[in-house]
Every structure is written in C-alpha cells, then in structure tokens.
Design a protein around this ligand. Structure first.
Ligand code: SF4
Length: 503
C-alpha cells in the first residue's frame, strides 16, 4: 500500500498552456471568481500583482504538500505530470483507458476549464470517484466549491461521478496511533452546489473577456474565504486609523462604509458603540488615552513578587512526528522568562535546537526557573495556559507542578482589554500594537526575526541544519526575538507602575 506512485512519461506535444489564454478558467481562478470578480480579473490579466507567497505561507503550503504525499501514498497508482497541460489531459485519458485504478493529479478540460483531481478512482465503464486532499483538519465551505467544479468538468467529459470525497487530516489522530486522514463523503453537499455553476461560469467569462476590470468595491468578501492578496491595492484609500479599527465592529462597519463614512470623526454623534468599543472611540475622538485608573490599580494589586514575565514560541506540523501529538498541534519549542525581584532583572531562556521532541526539556527547564511563588505575567493567557495544559496531559508526572504554575498566571493583555485604551493601539491590544505606544524606544525593527510567522519558519530551518555557524546564527536570532517579547512586557509593566499615566 505504501509504494511510491509511478509518474507517466510525457508524450511529445507542443508546450502550450491553457493559462496563457486569459479567458480560460482553472480551479483556482474559479474559486477566486467566487470570492471576487475583481480578483479573478487581475489573476488573469495582472499576474504581476501576485508576488507569490511569503515565507510563512510557503511553509504552510509545504506542510500541506507533505501531508498530500502521505495521503496519495495510501494508494498504488500513477501520477500525471502537471505540464504541459494538454499532455496531462492526454495522459489522463490513456491511464483511464489502460484501466489504472488510482490516478493522481488526473487532468481534464471542459468548456475552457482545466481541473486536476488529486486522486481519481477509476471504477471502469466511465464510473469514477473524486478524492480531494486537504491539509486542514475539517471540511470547509470553500472545499465544496473546489469539489463541485471538478465534478462539473468530469461530468462534462461524460463520466459518471459516483462519489465525491474530501480527505483531510484527522483532528483526533495522536501520533502514531490511528488514521492520519479522514475521508468525508461530500457527494450530497456537492450536488447542491452544482446547479450554481453554469451561471457562475457565465459571469466569470464576462469578467475575463472584458477589457477593463469590473467595478467592485471593498467588502466582507475581501477576507472571505481567504484574506485577499490585493488588499494593499484595493484598500489603499482606507486610512491607517479608520472605522475598520473599531474593536469587534463586524457588520456595522459595512453599513457606515456604504454611506461614505470611513474615519472615526465622520461617524454620526449618535454612534456611541458598545461598552467594549466606547473607550476606543473616546480615545480617537479626544486624542487622549482612556484609562480606568481604579480598575487598573486593583488589577495590578493582584501581582505578587517576584514577577516572572513569560513567553512561549511554538512550532506547528501538519503531520505530527512526536508521540502523542496531533496534526497542526502547537508544539512548545522555546521560552523566555524575565524575572523582576526587588528591582533586579534577570533573564532565562530555552530553545530546543534539534528535531527531537521538545516538550519534556521545555517544561523541566521552565519549571526550574519559575520557582514556587510570585506572579507569572503572560500576554494573552489562553495561549500559554493552553500549551501548559497540553503538556500536563501528555506528561502527567509534571501535572502537579504545571497546575501550580497555571494558578499563578496573570494576563497583561487584560490591562489593555479592560482598563487602558489608546487610539495608537489602532483597535488591537496585541503586544506589537501596544509596545510602540507605551515604550517607543523598544522595537522589533532591528531584529532579524520580527514576528511569530518568521520565527516558526526560521525555527524549522534551524533544527534541520547540522551544527555550524548558520544554525547558531538562526538560534541566536530566535532567542533575541523571544527575549524581546518578555522584555517588552517588563517595560510595559514599568510604565503601568509609574503612576503618572494620563487619563
Ligand atoms: S481586495 Fe477585495 S475588492 Fe480587491 S480584489 Fe480582493 S476581494 Fe476584490
């Protein structure tokens, strides 16, 4: 069952690609067209606007590809080379005629639409199943459209599509026990979607044949189902601070936007916002931070010395490699702790620099540093608490000490969620938004690693490297990044304690 797939040789054929035809559709263009006609137009006519994925997105893609290979590895079959497209269609026909049971990347054209099927199950006599492989841990609505357009093209080629499956990662899989993939029969859901396709295609073809881009304004579709890569272009007219920064504003913002109201000062006086939006609106309107000093004081009074400022970095693997871990589990690989006791600051840190399971060395080194008393300050407690609970469950011998650590956690994020709002936070209380306002002298800008996505990519690169200069350099960059996270919390704490807060 786990033989590698065979790849069919190319027949000689002209090197032509349907993608060169701007009016042709592919599966990805069809899905883009469903999200936004303007996105579809630019995908076909302005490829230069699509610079390709950033390092973190590419890292996620690569993880998906690795999962996909394992999925197809469950079957014995042939793989159709993707290019040239016309050859791939011809090779698919041959493979079907030759009675190949499982055909990977099977390619089909119909009405100028080109699709590839991850796994085509050929039952003979024109009967087939479609299996689409995704590295997500559940079926998403957009997957149904993906399957539906494949089914449409296959039916256009006179196939009887018996069953349509989505194969995704099993969220309950615990390495190495059980099945890594779940096969979900989506035939009924696809059936319901099929009747929309002819009209969708008609609209999309009109868009593709037009000489000018369609006039589409920004809207909820810019983030659904995917964050659109053209946002920097289409959203260029929206100022840095706008109605879109109002916390949890949801539907209201599009109502305002449709009336031409974009900035906070354009909002009507009657709009006071919900209780959790009011401080932000007041801070924007007055230009001064809104601080609930008594609330903040009482919250700060919960702290007891010594203070431990703690932050974790994690790594996510689509395909788990460590015993007892799940697909995409956040694996704790690094921590930083700054300790503040009687005005004296100390720093401790840990990073796992090999591909071995990091969790036990991570937790034992951390528990040694955290001692038995004093508050442990984190930023957005759900993350650190969740990771600690996972380790406690996987390694119950550490649970009693981990439970005591959890009981000492104190969330600095809540200061800004509940008691302190500045327009400069731009409606987000993330550390990266709060720090430049409260402690402008401290910045991530000079670091080689400046945010979590890059940290994860660099971490994956570092652990795969043999000992040497490059490995040490990346390790150092990652340590500095995590250290700055906890130092930022220390400096914010000092500002909060200074007692001369405006408000
Ligand atoms: S940013 Fe929004 S309006 Fe612009 S192409 Fe993307 S989805 Fe369409």
């Amino acid at each position: 069952m786990d033989q590698p797939p065979r790849e069919l040789p190319h027949p000689s054929a002209p090197n032509q690609s349907l993608d060169a035809d701007k009016t042709g559709l592919s599966k990805s263009k069809y899905l883009a067209g469903l999200q936004c006609p303007l996105l579809l137009f630019h995908k076909a006519h302005s490829p230069e606007l699509f610079p390709g994925p950033d390092a973190f997105t590419q890292f996620r893609f690569d993880q998906g590809t690795a999962a996909g290979k394992l999925a197809t590895g469950q079957y014995v079959g042939v793989t159709i080379p993707a290019f040239p497209i016309e050859n791939s269609v011809e090779l698919t026909e041959k493979a079907i005629d030759q009675g190949e049971k499982y055909i990977f990347e099977a390619a089909f054209n119909f009405q100028e639409i080109h699709v590839k099927v991850d796994i085509l199950v050929n039952h003979g006599n024109g009967h087939v199943d479609i299996i689409e492989v995704k590295s997500s841990t559940k079926v998403k609505d957009e997957h149904i459209d993906d399957l539906a357009i494949q089914c449409f093209v296959l039916e256009g080629n006179d196939f009887d599509v018996d069953q349509i499956f989505l194969m995704h990662l099993n969220p309950d899989y615990l390495h190495p026990e059980g099945s890594l993939f779940t096969l979900s029969d989506e035939s009924d859901a696809v059936d319901e979607r099929m009747s929309d396709i002819p009209e969708n295609l008609q609209t999309m073809r009109k868009v593709l044949r037009a000489s000018e881009p369609p006039e589409i304004g920004i809207g909820p579709h810019c983030g659904k189902p995917y964050e659109c890569v053209l946002k920097p272009v289409c959203w260029a007219h929206v100022p840095e601070l706008s109605i879109f920064n109002i916390p949890n504003i949801r539907a209201n913002k599009w109502e305002f936007y449709s009336k031409g109201l974009i900035t906070i000062d354009q909002l009507p006086d009657w709009f006071k916002g919900k209780s959790y939006q009011k401080p932000f609106l007041d801070a924007c309107r007055t230009g001064k931070p809104v601080i609930d000093k008594p609330g903040l004081k009482a919250f700060m009074a919960e702290l007891s010395e010594p203070l431990y400022f703690m932050d974790f970095e994690t790594m996510q693997l689509a395909v788990p490699i460590h015993t007892g871990t799940k697909p995409w589990q956040q694996l704790t690989v690094q921590w930083s702790v700054h300790t503040l006791k009687k005005g004296k600051l100390e720093h401790h840190e840990f990073i796992q620099d090999s591909e071995d399971d990091p969790r036990v060395p991570f937790i034992t080194s951390l528990l040694d540093v955290l001692g038995d008393t004093g508050s442990i300050i984190v930023y957005n407690v759900a993350f650190e608490k969740g990771r600690l609970e996972e380790i406690a469950e996987a390694f119950p011998e550490h649970k009693p000490r981990i439970d005591k650590v959890i009981a000492r956690l104190w969330d600095q994020y809540l200061v800004f969620k509940k008691f302190y709002c500045d327009a400069g936070f731009k409606g987000s209380n993330s550390l990266k938004n709060v720090l430049p306002v409260l402690v402008p002298k401290l910045s991530y800008k000079d670091l080689d690693v400046q945010e979590g996505g890059t940290a994860m990519v660099e971490y994956a690169r570092m652990i795969a490297l043999p000992e040497g200069e490059e490995k040490q350099k990346i390790k150092q960059n990652l340590l500095e990044y995590c250290k700055l996270d906890t130092l930022a919390m220390v400096e914010i704490h000092k500002v909060l304690c200074a007692g001369d807060l405006e408000g």
